[in-house]
Write a protein that binds this ligand. Structure first.
Ligand SMILES: [Mn+2]
Length: 196
């Protein structure tokens, strides 16, 4: 069965459409109006082996905060939809990703319980319209709406915000890929509670 999700979300600040295919080939069509963010979403698709389409029209005259956060929320909702009852999946995923001088570590539990702990110290800067502190907003929006517990830390590096952000988005993507992976040995929902 194809594990796909499609969510359109409209507020006074943004209009976002996300389509995701969990068992994809890594293709991405991201149009958020924030160049660096499109670049990061491309990395998430490629390293998460997701097929991803993201269209966002946001109030960028206020900066990219609303747009980035709302894409995180909408992507979380689309992944939640694609996961369905979460039967037969790994549920847990983690990744340790180097990017030149940077090393990022991510761990995800598709527990159904939202939580995000992000420890990526970065210089306050804006790259291609993306304000560096928005990594945490994106991940928190995603975790809260995907029903995921997410930890992400930058173990080494941070001087180059571009490298640190790339390492972080790639670690998130690879941990997510591992967590959503089907496992034929997992019968039913991977929880002793019987539901997630
Ligand atoms: Mn790059």
């Amino acid at each position: 069965m194809s594990r796909a999700g499609e969510v359109r979300r409209t507020t006074a600040e943004t209009e976002v459409l996300v389509r995701v295919q969990l068992d994809g080939a890594g293709s991405c069509d991201a149009q958020t109006g924030v160049g660096f963010f499109d670049h990061m979403l491309g990395l998430v698709a490629r390293h998460g082996l997701l097929d991803l389409a993201v269209e966002a029209r946001g109030d960028l005259q206020t900066g990219s905060h609303h747009t980035v956060e709302d894409v995180g929320i909408t992507m979380g909702q689309a992944v939640d939809e694609a996961l369905g009852d979460r039967e037969g999946i790994e549920r847990y995923g983690d990744a340790l990703v180097p990017m030149d001088e940077c090393l990022a570590q991510a761990a995800i539990d598709l527990s159904g319980r939202p939580f995000a702990a992000v420890d990526v110290p970065l210089p306050a800067t804006t790259i291609g319209g993306f304000e560096s502190e928005l990594l945490e907003e994106f991940l928190r929006g995603f975790a809260n709406h995907a029903g995921a517990t997410l930890h992400l830390r930058l173990l080494v590096g941070g001087g180059s915000a571009h490298h640190a952000l790339e390492a972080s988005f790639k670690a998130f993507a690879r941990a997510l890929r591992a967590a959503v992976a089907p496992n034929p040995r997992v019968k039913g929902v991977p929880s002793t509670k019987g539901s997630l």
